[in-house]
Design a protein around this ligand. Structure first.
Ligand code: DX5
Ligand code: ZN
Length: 221
């Protein structure tokens, strides 16, 4: 499976976001990972649908919107209309509302013609989202606790990647996107790919790179 790189614009200079997006596209990015934080589900606040709307005309790459927010259902419409291509929502934010909230949110995302995905934190077993695998276009396994870029990769996620890839095949979706987010570097990308992930988010590794194109190529392997 071809590995895709999704640089996170969380590590960009927000005052020159347009330039950052163009640079990512020119240097081999496959998706643009947009980290949406609400100051409640996670401590920081980043940006909302307006950012997606503004960067949409600047790139042909898919906008991969990672919603680290409470009550994700309330934001789906705004992100879909702003031009998101993929919207992922946290199991943890949904489970505290109701048992069916995650499924309802994924259905709502799909009803807007947008790809959907479920996310689990490092301390949540991937089995918790097995029930929604058949409706997900992507599963996102956090390899750090969400909120901040530049953290260290939690290796326990590797086992979860294997389980997720196996279960995806079991439900008849062997090529489902399995995305890893947090602490991905040129040093650990290989074991992450070998475990079965095919979409790698990278914030600091890409933005701190001396040669962005080379770093992205190395991450792809
Ligand atoms: C963390 C975010 C990540 C983060 C990745 O809450 O979801 O996307 O920006 O950044 P690095 O690659 O620096 O860990
Ligand atoms: Zn993210």
């Amino acid at each position: 499976m071809q590995t895709k790189i999704a640089p996170s614009i969380l590590s960009a200079d927000f005052s020159v976001m347009g330039e950052a997006i163009r640079k990512l596209e020119q240097n081999g990015a496959d998706l643009i990972h947009c980290d949406v934080m609400d100051g409640s589900f996670v401590e920081p606040i980043t940006f909302g649908g307006q950012m997606i709307k503004n960067i949409r005309p600047l790139t042909k790459l898919p906008l991969d919107c990672h919603l680290m927010i409470e009550h994700p259902k309330t934001q789906v419409k705004f992100f879909a209309e702003a031009g998101a291509d993929i919207i992922t929502v946290h199991y943890g934010a949904c489970a505290k509302i109701s048992e069916t909230y995650l499924e309802e949110t994924l259905r709502l995302i799909k009803s807007h013609g947008v790809k959907c995905g479920a996310v689990v934190n490092p301390d949540v077993p991937v089995e918790k989202i097995f029930n929604v695998f058949p409706m997900c276009d992507m599963v996102l396994l956090m390899s750090v606790f969400p909120g901040y870029g530049g953290q260290k990769f939690i290796p326990e996620v590797l086992e979860k990647i294997k389980k997720a890839r196996e279960y995806a095949a079991f439900v008849g979706k062997p090529d489902m996107d399995i995305e890893i987010d947090g602490g991905v570097t040129e040093e650990n990308a290989d074991i992450i790919r070998k475990a079965g992930a095919n979409v790698l988010v990278a914030g600091s590794a890409v933005f701190r790179a001396a040669d962005m194109a080379k770093t992205m190529a190395n991450l792809k392997g």
